[in-house]
Design a protein around this ligand. Structure first.
Ligand SMILES: *Cc1c(COP(=O)(O)O)cnc(C)c1O
Length: 371
């Protein structure tokens, strides 16, 4: 998939000019490749289906697909994402996790050689009523306990038989998805896994179950194909194990700069709602980044940023385009670089302290930046 339109600088694709923002988001494609190689270390016997839905978790789907060219397959959520991959020259197997919903989409899957998740009766009807020039691959999705998409365990034989007999279907695969694999000891994990094994044991078929967390903590769930998402982007799915402990490298670098420095007198408060009161005279910095740039507003008064080798706490609420930090005893000058998350400060930490997960922060910041 070599296409000049898709190639980007190895380290920078800044959106600052385009969006009139002072923030800078850069994507480290070497880290992305490194994380893919970690997937191979964790699951050496499995093929890797790199999950690049939601614009590659905010990192930019096309350049990410380009860098992850050695993955065996790609997964996206919706047809439009798969069409974009094909339009930009991607020839790799692509699985659409939501499948097709109507006859037109099904035809287009055939024309573009896209694989579909099959998870509902509507899709069997569409297959029965269509005549595709070229049969497509189907991934039968079994609900083993997540209760989102998927047919029941009891329906597998029926669906599998119908897919196998359909002239519109080339290969059939079976997959399922964990609800709690980020909690290593959660008992639903083994329940889901054994349910999946029971139903697939007697059929000769390639299987896929593991997302990032299961790739790293549930080797029995690897089967023929693993489906890493968040670990490719260098974030840990586990609350109590850091990405660096897992051998992963951060991919998104989210930075801004110091707009102003001042000292606020004891007893005065900072920001909207006056939620932070200075106990003593406090030297503060104003950073050019806020929730309008994708920094979580819920982070107020809890998270930290990195500046000049130090981490500094946020003071008061995050505003739309600025936030305040405590510069007590920190050497800093206007214009200095401020890291909101990235190499110096993990996105997982910012997410945890603002009551969310890195998935959301990455998707959000990346989409605002227009990556
Ligand atoms: C998003 C998704 C994945 C990837 O999950 P991570 O936790 O990001 O590794 C895998 N499989 C399915 C079906 C998904 O929807």
């Amino acid at each position: 998939m070599v296409d000049s339109k898709m190639s980007v600088d190895k380290l920078t694709s800044t959106a600052a000019g385009k969006n009139y923002r002072r923030i800078r988001i850069s994507i480290n494609h070497e880290a992305l490749s490194h994380n893919l190689s970690k997937v191979r270390e964790y699951a050496p016997k499995s093929q890797v289906m790199a999950v690049i839905k939601a614009n590659a978790y905010g990192h930019g789907m096309l350049p990410v697909a380009n860098t992850l060219d050695t993955a065996d397959l790609f997964a996206v959520a919706i047809p439009a994402e798969a069409y974009a991959l094909r339009e930009n020259g991607c020839t790799k197997p692509v699985l659409v996790l939501h499948g097709f919903r109507n006859a037109e989409e099904l035809q287009r899957f055939s024309e573009l050689d896209l694989a579909a998740v099959v998870h509902q009766p509507l899709q069997l009807n569409l297959l029965a009523q269509s005549h595709l020039k070229k049969p497509i691959n189907a991934w039968l999705k079994v609900d083993t306990g997540m209760h989102r998409l998927g047919i029941t365990v009891a329906e597998v034989d029926e669906y599998f038989g119908q897919l196998r007999n359909s002239s519109n279907i080339a290969g059939v695969f079976v997959m399922s998805h964990f609800a709690n694999s980020d909690e290593v000891d959660n008992e639903l994990n083994n329940k889901q896994l054994s349910g999946f094994v029971n139903v697939t044991n007697d059929i000769d078929v390639s299987c896929s179950m593991a997302n990032s967390a299961a790739i790293m903590c549930l080797p029995k769930s690897h089967f023929e194909v693993v489906r890493p998402g968040i670990m490719l982007y260098g974030s840990s799915p586990f609350l109590d194990v850091s990405a660096s402990e897992l051998g992963l490298q951060p991919v998104m670098q989210f930075e801004s700069s110091l707009l102003d420095i001042k000292t606020i007198k004891a007893g005065e408060s900072i920001g909207y709602g006056s939620t932070y009161q200075c106990q003593s005279d406090t030297r503060i910095g104003i950073v050019s980044a806020g929730y309008g740039d994708g920094y979580p507003r819920h982070a107020s008064n809890k998270t930290q940023v990195w500046i000049n080798g130090r981490t500094c706490s946020l003071l008061g609420r995050v505003s739309m385009d600025s936030l305040c930090i405590d510069l007590t005893d920190v050497e800093a000058a206007t214009g200095d670089r401020v890291v909101l998350w990235g190499r110096e400060l993990s996105v997982d930490e910012v997410a945890r302290k603002s009551g969310t997960i890195a998935y959301e922060l990455l998707c959000h910041a990346g989409s605002i930046a227009g990556l």
